[in-house]
Design a protein around this ligand. Structure first.
Ligand code: NPW
Ligand code: ADP
Ligand code: K
Length: 566
């Protein structure tokens, strides 16, 4: 597990460190610049062996300050370095100005314009350093600056990405939301939404080959368009972990030492380990927690009984996929609640999964008199009418409940059903279902971002969970899970965890089943959801090309064994 920081948290941590008197802003800037140079040499070892040519693009804040440090350090390696500055030297913040002055003893600084850059910098350097904006991007760049950033992003056909190293962020990327704030080119403005659907970067493709960030990755590196434009993200330690740790603490918040700001923390599972911090353990189990041994007396009901409600004949595949996922992930018993007319179809295809005839709300009410049924899953292939009729009984039963697909659509059509949601429910919408359930939140998320920090998928998921009064797992390549108190975990399928094979019919049904199974095993909702999402991606990555939804549960034994589950 690692923590992802927001820009406000990063500033709070930096402020706490500087206020302590144990480190200065200038020292941090030097470490940041040195970290970038180190990352470059690690990424391209050949560059460490000789001297090359770099173009360094500096902006008006401390990101630009890092740029001047990098220019100086590369020149110390006898590189030929050309520096451009956007903005006026006299308005640079103090640490950046100090590094500007140090650089001026070594070389020139040209004002940054596309014309000069094209003339002097274009396509002649081995490395381009993008130090224009980092965590301080406060609004959408406009005019010539926007045009220049689009040029850097490949809009005119020039492609710098393979040699571009972004300091903290590809300039223009909002590190809180992962939205590129640079507006689309004027010719596309007429049709803004089509020009830039959520997730499609304004930069024609990747912006940078390498993005070097400091202390911890930021949420925006992993959300929305971030992964598409960052290339590879490398985190360099600049010695702030004492303050990062001290600031987090039990309540799962970062506090700004001066402003008393409380910012909820965001976690990301990037490996099988949970968190070593005892205060976070309840949130982030090790994968080893999936091991089944619980003493000599354990039996199938120790691991819970999950009931997956199934739809009509001809539509039972989705529920069967979910049930199979729940069983494979270790629920002790899994039953399908099947309408009479679909019973032949279902019984012909399941073996270890049991069936119960459930035609009506009354049947479900009867079935739930069995208190060993600890967990319910409603939605996959259920049909909206059946979901709407069974939901009141299901929700009033107050079991741990996964709501997906048609159950979400039914919920979105009836506020009275929404009002029945409780703490032990988890909604697992994809973007379309999310928009139906939470139209205003979704509209805010889709709106063109013009100021930073832009509204993010993390904000949206937290807000949705608070509004619904239960947990929400908002699917996508940047899946976000939040509970109603604001605790949130990001489960990315990006960078080294890319799993494009998951884009296959029925994979969402299996995810609902994984979560159902983990809930049946007794895990808290947030833990079960994030573990389910993590294992879902791991199964896809393990299986690889050719994956269909049926393969996901069957891949689990191999994946779990590899993760150390006994
Ligand atoms: N935190 C740390 O611990 C450390 C931080 N470090 C480094 O500092 C960076 C953060 O520095 P930062 O806060 O000065 O912000 P930065 O990204 O340089 O931009 C601010 C400037 O841009 C301007 N501006 C913004 N948007 C604009 C727009 N659309 N169009 C035009 N102008 C715009 C904005 O103007 P203003 O909004 O004030 O009008 C202001 O002048 C961080 O990313 C990292 O690289 C490291 O040195 C090590 C330790
Ligand atoms: N390209 C992709 N990379 C990683 N994960 C993906 C990709 N496409 C889809 N997914 C994941 O696959 C699942 C699809 O779920 P959903 O949209 O409900 O599909 P279905 O209804 O067909 O089951 C989600 O968990 C989603 O995050
Ligand atoms: K940058």
């Amino acid at each position: 597990m690692s923590e992802l920081l927001t820009t406000a948290q990063m500033r709070a941590i930096e402020a706490a460190a500087i206020e302590s008197g144990r480190v200065t802003g200038l020292e941090l800037m030097e470490r940041a610049g040195a970290g970038v140079v180190e990352a470059i040499m690690e990424e391209w070892p050949a560059l460490a062996k000789s001297s090359y040519r770099a173009v360094v693009l500096c902006g008006p804040g401390n990101n630009g300050g890092d740029g001047f440090v990098i220019a100086r350090l590369l020149m110390e390696r006898e590189w030929e370095v050309q520096v451009f500055l956007y903005g006026a030297p006299e308005t640079l913040p103090p640490d950046a100005k100090t590094n500007y002055d140090l650089w001026c003893r070594l070389g020139d600084v040209l004002p940054l314009s596309e014309k000069d850059f094209r003339k002097d910098g274009r396509n002649t350097a081995d490395i381009y350093i993008d130090a224009i904006f980092g965590t301080g991007l406060s609004r959408a760049p406009d005019g010539e600056l926007a045009q220049f950033l689009r040029h850097l992003g490949g809009a005119g056909g020039d492609d710098y990405a393979a040699r571009m190293v972004s300091v903290d962020a590809p300039s223009g990327l909002c590190l809180d939301s992962g939205r590129v704030l640079v507006p689309p080119p004027p010719e596309a403005i007429a049709n803004l939404l089509d020009a830039r659907p959520h997730g499609a970067p304004v930069y024609s493709d990747r912006f940078a080959a390498l993005t070097v960030t400091f202390q911890s990755a930021k949420a925006g590196h992993f959300l929305a368009e971030g992964p598409a434009v960052c290339g590879k993200v490398v985190v360099k330690d600049i010695g702030l972990s004492d303050w990062q740790k001290r600031n987090l603490a039990a309540k799962g918040e970062t506090r700004h030492p001066a402003k008393g700001l409380r910012i909820p923390k965001l976690f990301m599972r990037d490996g099988p380990k949970g968190d070593a911090d005892p205060q976070l353990r309840h949130l982030t189990y090790d994968m080893a927690m999936l091991s089944k041994y619980r003493g000599a007396g354990s039996h199938k009901f120790t691991y819970g009984h999950a009931l997956v409600l199934c739809g009509a004949a001809g539509k039972t595949g989705a529920a069967r996929l979910a049930a199979r996922g729940a069983l494979r992930i270790g629920a002790g018993v899994v039953s399908l609640g099947v309408p009479a007319a679909a019973m032949p179809e279902v019984t012909a295809q399941v073996t270890s999964i049991m069936t119960a005839r459930i035609d009506s709300a009354e049947d479900l009410h009867e079935a739930l008199k069995d208190s060993r049924i600890t967990t319910l899953c409603l939605g996959p292939g259920m049909g909206i009418a059946r979901a709407a009729s069974l939901l009141p009984v299901a929700l009033r039963a107050k079991r741990k409940t996964v709501l997906d697909a048609d159950a979400l659509t039914a919920l979105s059509q009836d506020p009275a059903l929404m009002a029945l949601l409780h703490d032990d429910c988890i909604l697992t919408p994809h973007a379309g279902e999310f928009a139906r359930l939470f139209p205003q939140i979704s509209a805010r998320l889709k709106a063109l971002a013009i100021s930073g920090p832009a509204y993010s998928k993390v904000d949206a998921t937290r807000e949705a969970a608070a509004a619904a009064g239960c947990s929400v797992l908002y699917k996508g390549l940047d899946t976000v899970i939040a509970d109603k108190t604001g605790r949130a975990i990001l489960s990315p399928a990006y960078y080294s965890r890319a799993a494009p094979w998951l884009a296959t019919a029925g994979s969402g049904d299996v995810l609902a089943g994984f979560i159902t199974g983990l809930l049946a095993r007794g895990m808290p909702v947030l833990v079960a959801s994030e573990m389910g999402a993590y294992l879902h991606v791991e199964c896809a990555r393990s299986f690889g090309p050719g994956l269909i939804a049926e393969d996901l549960p069957e891949e689990l034994p191999k994946v779990m064994r590899a993760l150390g589950v006994a």
